[in-house]
Write a protein that binds this ligand. Structure first.
Ligand SMILES: Cc1ncc(COP(=O)(O)O)c(C=O)c1O
Length: 363
């Protein structure tokens, strides 16, 4: 007897493999594999979460109204143009299910965030990959891959796992080159960390275009990854379409409460930015000084390149670090088998990574 058969293409998907989170028994764990913040969430967010935990028997507000109002007030947006999700991952998948089907194509860049491929395949559509230059999305290459079948272009800006970004002028050039029936999805999960004058997360483009959305997350700088909370701003017609297929209660009440408190705690965000600025620069300098290739990053993580030499490879480094409790991210699935991605951690973790890699390299 045959069992149920998944739709065509589903079994071609390689399931997303999250960053490892275990160290050998008895070794202290330093999890630097999922771009989580070493500062944790705002104390106000934790208090709001705990208070919301007193009312678990009630369904949450399915429209996330209060959270949308808080985000709208924070960024000067119209709440009717916002939608919240169980992480921005959910919103990226909902976009794929809303706009893609068999025969359609979604374009993204070579080392782009893996969820784009998974969401595209899950919707039965075809992923189209554009090569990058210097580990950075290339607008001309993306535009050259657009065909009559293209329905979505996904751009993580900054991108994970490379840490590179496109200046706003380049994003505008990408948008200007797309037909108006192609949705440009700007995924700005790391926007709060970026310190570059020529960067813009997408708010301006969304405000003035009928075919651009921007997704944001509470998982990174706000330290609420465990609660699964993200949001997206877009044209009313896009938000309306996505709302029709989202789960009726896709965001939990405690997550909404924590998110509302988190975006009001500017001091905590400022601390997280200052910490990241300091240790991103430290790690870039120290690891470069050890002779490792480090892709310049504007996020809260670094792509570190190793040699192919036996005993000195990314795989060897990963094993060496893991034995000592330092868990980085292998990025083979991103087409980067010779690199590891390192999340900016606490001062102690960052210093330990440098010393451990120094030992690994025999310096
Ligand atoms: C570029 C990018 N987009 C989206 C996400 C998804 O974040 P979440 O679903 O936790 O909001 C991540 C998480 O790693 C990411 O790196």
């Amino acid at each position: 007897m045959n069992g149920p058969v998944p739709r065509k293409g589903i079994l071609d998907i390689d399931a997303y493999v999250p960053g490892k989170s275990a160290a050998p028994a008895g070794v202290k764990l330093w999890k630097l594999s999922s771009n989580e913040t070493p500062l944790g969430p705002s104390a106000q967010a934790k208090a709001a979460y705990a208070a919301a935990g007193e009312k678990l028997e009630l369904y949450p507000d399915g429209a996330s109204s209060a959270l949308r109002a808080a985000i709208a007030a924070r960024y000067g947006l119209d709440p009717a143009r916002l939608i919240c999700g169980a992480g921005s991952d959910e919103l990226l998948s909902l976009l794929a299910y809303t706009y893609l089907g068999p025969g359609d194509e979604a374009v993204y860049s070579e080392h782009g965030f893996l969820v784009y491929k998974i969401a595209t395949l899950a919707a039965g559509a075809t992923p189209v990959v554009a090569p990058e230059k210097n580990y950075t999305a290339d607008v001309d290459a993306l535009l050259a891959r657009v065909t009559a079948k293209t329905k979505i272009v996904f751009l993580a800006n900054p991108n994970n796992p490379t840490g590179t970004y496109l200046p706003f002028d380049e994003v505008k050039r990408l948008h200007a080159g797309l037909r108006s029936d192609i949705l440009l999805v700007l995924d700005a999960a790391y926007a709060e960390y970026v310190r570059a004058n020529d960067y813009e997360s997408g708010l301006e483009l969304v405000a003035t275009s009928p075919n651009v959305v921007m997704a944001r997350t509470f998982s990174k700088i706000y330290g609420l990854a465990n609660l699964r909370l993200g949001w997206m701003v877009g044209p009313p017609a896009v938000i309306d379409a996505v709302n029709r297929i989202r789960g009726p209660f896709n965001v939990s009440g405690p997550a909404m409460a924590a998110g509302m408190a988190a975006i009001q705690d500017d001091a905590h965000v400022a601390d997280a930015i200052a910490h990241n600025d300091k240790w991103l620069a430290f790690l870039t300098k120290e690891l470069t000084g050890l002779g490792l290739g480090v892709t310049p990053s504007v996020g809260n993580f670094l792509l570190v390149h190793f040699s192919k030499e036996a005993g000195k490879s990314a795989r060897d480094a990963d094993a060496f670090l893991t034995e000592r409790g330092l868990i980085l991210r292998r990025v083979d699935a991103y087409g980067l088998p010779d690199a590891l991605r390192l999340t900016i951690g606490s001062e102690e973790a960052n210093r330990l990574v440098v010393e451990t890699l120094r030992e690994f390299l025999g310096k």
